[in-house]
Ligand binder design. Structure first.
Ligand SMILES: [Zn+2]
Ligand SMILES: [Zn+2]
Length: 332
């Protein structure tokens, strides 16, 4: 949990004053614009406060971050019985703090039921599986879908499970129920789903054409993603260690889908680019976890897509272990 989160959550009605039309107006702004930065909220806050008190116009330059956080805290006390909350996180590359109105009990079906059909939601699930399983192996943490893959995934797999190879589907986790019986969608529908997800700030599309999860999706689906793609250790962790496909930054403790990793593949340390720069400065660069040299050149995100650079076929659908072993050999 980020510091900003706890700030917004530490709300009590007494501390934050009375809920008024200014809070309703601010919430209204979030409904039409689901992700906002402090800079984007300042003029809205100033306009709302000026409207509430016309004799004392409120200038944008007078708005402090504390004003806005206090305002959001009180809004959150009203939202929480409905399982909604305005949450914050830092954007992974520029580290700008962003605020989003999110459904706190979100799984894929709740999140997308009003926007997409069940077959389209199953398609989104296949995109996430590709990001966090197929394209997220021990040697290649791409966590993105690029090239022809987003369109190829429009085709539903014949089996009842969406995970590649003979990995077993974990029973009873959220979202799995949307997959069985899902039908192939047309390429045109797949393109429309992708465009909508980008327009709604759930997906981001890079210049090289990779789709990744945007901050809004990371905020909203954080719990779902970890529950779905991270597997806890077995009874004997020596035999069955935890499999963490999604890891947090060692510095800021938020999810890393774009950043750097330790040169030692068995080490769990991940850092955002900016966080690595801040943590290590100009001195000797060492991994915060295992103390090995930190090269800054082993990447998480589309820069890790060595498959694309080598122009090889996608390994989609094959067992994770086989892909790893093959790549280990190649890279030696
Ligand atoms: Zn970080
Ligand atoms: Zn390390």
């Amino acid at each position: 949990m980020s510091r900003d989160d706890s700030e917004i959550r530490g709300a009590t009605p007494d501390h934050a004053g009375r809920y008024s039309n200014s809070h309703r107006a601010f919430l209204q702004a979030f409904l039409s614009r689901p992700v906002m930065s402090f800079e984007e909220m300042k003029p809205i806050y100033a306009a709302i406060m000026s409207a509430e008190n016309p004799n004392r116009p409120y200038l944008e330059g007078d708005v402090t971050q504390a004003d806005i956080v206090t305002h959001l805290q009180l809004i959150n006390t009203r939202l929480s019985p409905l399982d909604y909350e305005i949450k914050s996180m830092k954007e992974q590359e520029k580290r700008t703090t962003l605020f989003a109105l999110v459904n706190t009990t979100s799984d894929l079906s709740t999140q997308f039921a009003t926007t997409f059909s069940p077959d389209e939601i199953a398609y989104i699930k296949r995109l996430l599986d590709a990001m966090f399983e197929t394209n997220n192996t021990r040697t290649r943490e791409v966590m993105a879908v690029g090239g022809m893959q987003p369109i190829q995934l429009a085709k539903a797999p014949r089996s009842r499970e969406s995970r590649g190879g003979d990995d077993t589907v974990v029973e009873g986790t959220q979202g799995e129920s949307v997959v069985p019986g899902a039908k192939t969608i047309t390429h045109a529908d797949a393109e429309r789903v992708l465009e909508t997800l980008v327009a709604q700030s759930f997906f981001a599309k890079s210049r090289a054409g990779y789709y990744t999860l945007a901050p809004r999706a990371l905020l909203e689906l954080r719990g779902y993603l970890k529950e779905t793609y991270n597997e806890p250790a077995g009874e004997d962790p020596e035999v069955e260690p935890a499999l963490l496909r999604i890891r947090d930054c060692e510095a800021c403790k938020e999810i890393v889908t774009v950043g750097q990793r330790c040169v030692d593949r068995s080490c769990g340390a991940r850092l955002h680019d900016v966080c690595a720069g801040r943590l290590m400065g100009r001195g000797a660069k060492k991994c915060p976890t295992c103390k090995m040299e930190w090269s800054g050149e082993v990447f998480v995100g589309e820069r890790a897509d060595t498959t694309a650079r080598r122009g090889r076929q996608s390994n989609g659908g094959r067992r994770r272990l086989e892909v790893d072993e093959e790549e280990e050999e190649e890279e030696e």
